[in-house]
Design a protein around this ligand. Structure first.
Ligand code: SUG
Length: 453
């Protein structure tokens, strides 16, 4: 085996809170204004990273964006010291303060779209941070995320970093949450599968009517161009607008793929036959003998149960990659075990004749309450062995690095954060102090602007 898929999980930042910022994301609205548990959230995330690493997969970690984002507040005309800025915004614009404090960069499936070197024209791994322009609190992520990615994948021979797409609705880009890759082996050419929610320029393509479609066809096409992908290896498909209206705000809430498997809900796509035909046709171009389409019927799991349990926001991973006994497993949130129709479906699935043989249930409830499941928390990066060596080594989760990060969380994070706590200027100091130390633990250099003054 020379190719691996590395999951780079987002470390939950010290200001994790429930502000109800994501219209169209049912869990975010449902838990708005609740009290969060930042320490538990970060520890849940770290335990998931360790669990995946214990299953034999290399596991990476990405630092969070620095919050609160005082730079944006200054751009908006707030002046004075950091404390004065926070005090003013807390008094006059609490909703703006909440957006600047969001720890949403933890969902690294939205950090970027990544194309492995076997797919790209110049033979490098390409990264484009997602502009996330549909939501204020997320639209402030791409510049910092880009800087963090450059500090982790810091080698121009192997890694190419692009600027995020123009920050306009027509190019709404939510990153890898709407991107899946199929391949025979991780370091061999694959099919890049882009799923979009609407088109900005083609008026006849159906779109949702209730909730926003965050990601456009035009964004996906631009990424394919930037990354130098071959048309014969790309498939673009429209998400079913009806499910976006039921809370499926990203494709990774209704479908997940890995190697030769696409696991998806019957209602995931606007035209399922087209998706299957296109993927089958292009599978031959990349040496995939047979694609497995595992379609979950509505009569077994409703869209509502899929959204509540996050059945499809599971990580579909290959265990014993490259060995004779290689098989797939799902890393599922515990909510899938608690939902009777989903649990019964999964029990049947693991006994059926498909590559998916195991389900590992993980508690990421703190993230789930904001609509972020196991798959939202990770950015997949397929690498060959040379590229693995070129990644910043401190950003891999070893048992030692796990302990260091766990203790760092223990030392710096609050147990609880209520919405009114965001007005406390001490929270800014605590957050920046923690993140300053984190950049040393992860060997990132001064990636945050508060370190550059
Ligand atoms: O963008 N929630 C995130 C969840 C992102 C999940 N990612 C994937 N499906 N890949 C979002 O809606 C909620 C924040 C709040 O309400 O406080 C939030 O941003």
């Amino acid at each position: 085996m020379s190719g691996v898929e590395v999951n780079f999980d987002g470390l939950v930042g010290p200001t994790h809170n429930y502000a109800g910022l994501s219209y169209g994301n049912v869990a975010s609205k449902q838990h708005a204004q609740g009290t969060s548990q930042p320490k538990a959230a970060a520890q849940q995330g770290l335990r998931k990273m360790l669990a995946v690493s214990d299953l034999g997969l290399p596991q990476g970690v990405l630092a969070p964006n620095a919050r609160p984002d005082v730079d944006v507040l200054r751009r908006l005309g707030f002046t004075g010291t950091d404390t004065q800025v926070i005090n003013k915004v807390a008094k006059t614009e609490p909703a703006l303060l909440a957006a600047m404090y969001s720890a949403s960069s933890m969902w690294t499936a939205n950090a970027a779209t990544v194309s492995p070197s076997a797919d790209t024209a110049d033979g490098r791994v390409h990264f484009t941070p997602a502009n996330l322009n549909n939501k204020l609190h997320r639209s402030i992520e791409p510049a910092q995320t880009g800087a963090i990615l450059k500090a982790v994948f810091n080698n121009e021979t192997h890694f190419a970093h692009h600027l995020y797409l123009p920050e306009q609705d027509s190019f709404g880009d939510e990153g890898a949450a709407n991107h899946t890759r199929f391949c025979a082996e991780y370091d061999k050419a694959g099919i890049e599968f882009f799923v979009y929610g609407r088109s900005a320029l083609q008026p006849n393509i159906p779109a949702p009517t209730r909730f926003p479609a965050r990601h456009t066809l035009e964004a996906s096409q631009a990424i394919a161009r930037l990354h130098g992908l071959n048309e014969a290896q790309c498939v673009f498909a429209l998400q079913n607008p009806d499910v976006i209206d039921q809370g499926v705000f990203h494709n990774d809430v209704i479908a997940v793929g890995n190697q030769n498997v696409l696991f998806y809900h019957e209602q995931a796509f606007h035209d399922t036959a087209y998706v299957q035909d296109e993927l089958n046709r292009k599978a031959h171009n990349v040496g995939i003998e047979r694609l497995h389409f595992i379609e979950v019927p509505t009569e077994q799991v409703s869209v509502e149960d899929a959204v509540k349990s996050y059945l499809f926001n599971t990580q579909l991973i290959t265990i014993n990659n490259g060995q004779n006994d290689a098989h797939m497993a799902l890393i599922a949130p515990v909510e899938c075990r608690e939902n009777s129709s989903v649990y019964s479906y999964l029990t049947t699935l693991t006994n059926a004749d498909t590559p998916i043989k195991q389900v590992h249930y993980m508690d990421v409830k703190q993230s789930m309450k904001n609509g972020g499941g196991p798959a939202c928390l990770r950015l997949r990066v397929a690498l060959n062995q040379q590229q693995v060596q070129a990644v910043n080594p401190k950003c891999f989760i070893t048992s030692e690095q796990f302990k260091v990060l766990y203790q760092w969380v223990e030392k710096h994070y609050r147990d609880e954060l209520a919405p009114t706590d965001l007005a406390d200027p001490n929270l800014l100091t605590e957050s920046y102090t923690a993140l300053d130390e984190l950049t040393q633990i992860l060997g990132l250099g001064s990636v945050y602007s508060f370190q550059q003054v």
